[in-house]
Design a protein around this ligand. Structure first.
Ligand code: XIL
Length: 353
């Protein structure tokens, strides 16, 4: 048997892992010994990070082993950076940037403009002193400029499409600067601040809602037609284990149709958000593995130049943002005891080709 990029130990580990899907697996999981994802994937593999994770040796051991790129989970958002008086704080993002630099990791800035975050300092701006538009531009120049050369890219605008897929989000940004114009302006300004960064557009439910996906693609086309420097498309992929087979594959094909690189930007596969026809946890865990695998296969099927990166929204179940919604959720690739799940080995196998 010859599998490029896999050593013998890893192959044996994967085989063990896959055989762990039998009935005994739920109570006594076999140890999974898969090659680290970053060593087999022919594109960057990433995860999200908070500054506090850097103080946790268990987190750093797993992250440095598995991934080559980090996305700040919230500390590069306006909610963190913009203070009530309109000043900016950069302590945590600076720390994340320094960590990435010293460990040779890529850093994806996330995110400059998001309808969901409109700090008071913008809502109550004294426009006798500075225009709303200038304050908006200054923010992007300050943040993207500070991390120029230190990030591989930015999610410039996050979640621009309305929930039902009919048009774009309404926000203070769209009200004050125009629904399309504020988006295009964000891209032009980010490019001015950082000539080399990838400038991505990121959204969710693109696999569940084809109408939302079509609107997302139309926005991307319109941005490109207007000359805005959009360089890639992010699909968050906060999906549930019962997502019907084929939906992720269909999304990936559609997203690739513009020829832009695609970023799987926030992948996790919720167990508890799955509803209806599956009752047993074992069934859901099997579907969780299959969903990770379908995502990896659909991504691998893209032309190499369109595979921007594959980012997991967390590595360890215990640290998932979904725990706040339901503590019983286990959406990631490492379980509560930091053991790799069979899904990790399955993903590594797909990435190894
Ligand atoms: C979430 C983080 O995981 C949480 O820690 C934070 O409190 C809220 O944001 N879409 C996004 C991410 O683009 O920024 C969100 O991250 C998850 C949904």
């Amino acid at each position: 048997m010859s599998l490029p990029g896999l050593d013998r130990r890893a192959v044996l580990g994967s085989a063990l892992a896959l055989s762990a899907c039998g009935p005994k697996a739920a109570s006594q999981p076999a140890p999974v010994n898969a090659p680290p994802l970053k060593t087999v994937a022919p594109f960057p593999v990433g995860t999200c990070v908070q500054a506090i994770n850097l103080d946790d040796p268990a987190w750093t051991a797993i992250a440095l082993d598995q991934v080559g790129q980090l996305t700040p989970e919230w500390q590069m958002k306006m909610e963190y950076i913009v203070q009530p008086d309109g000043s900016f704080r950069f302590d945590a993002p600076d720390r994340l940037a320094a960590f990435c630099q010293s460990h040779g990791l890529g850093l994806l800035g996330h995110t400059l403009i998001w309808y969901a975050q409109v700090p008071d300092a913008f809502a109550k701006l004294d426009e006798g002193r500075i225009s709303f538009e200038q304050a908006y531009i200054n923010y992007i120049l300050a943040v993207a400029g500070r991390y120029r050369g230190k990030v591989v890219g930015w999610d410039v605008v996050n979640e621009p499409v309305a929930e039902d897929g009919e048009g774009w989000r309404d926000s203070l940004w769209s009200q004050r600067l125009g629904d399309f114009e504020h988006i295009a302006l964000a891209y032009r300004t980010a490019r001015q601040a950082d000539p080399d960064a990838a400038l991505l557009l990121n959204d969710y439910n693109l696999e569940y809602n084809p109408r939302k996906r079509a609107t997302f693609l139309k926005l991307a086309e319109r941005l490109l037609a207007s000359g805005a420097p959009l360089t890639g498309l992010g699909t968050q992929m906060h999906v549930a284990a019962d997502i019907p087979r084929g939906q992720i594959t269909a999304m990936m094909r559609d997203l690739a149709s513009l020829g832009l690189p695609v970023h799987v930007s926030e992948l996790d596969v919720s167990i508890v958000r799955a509803k209806g026809w599956m009752t047993s946890r074992a069934d859901l865990e099997r579907r969780q593995l299959e969903t990770y695998v379908e995502t990896a296969e659909a991504f691998m099927a893209l032309p190499a130049r369109q595979r921007w990166a594959f980012t997991l929204w967390g590595l360890r179940d215990n640290q998932s943002w979904l725990k706040r919604e339901n503590a019983a959720d286990t959406p990631n690739l490492f379980d509560g005891q930091d053991r790799a799940k069979p899904a990790l080995a399955a993903l590594a196998k797909v990435f190894a080709g």
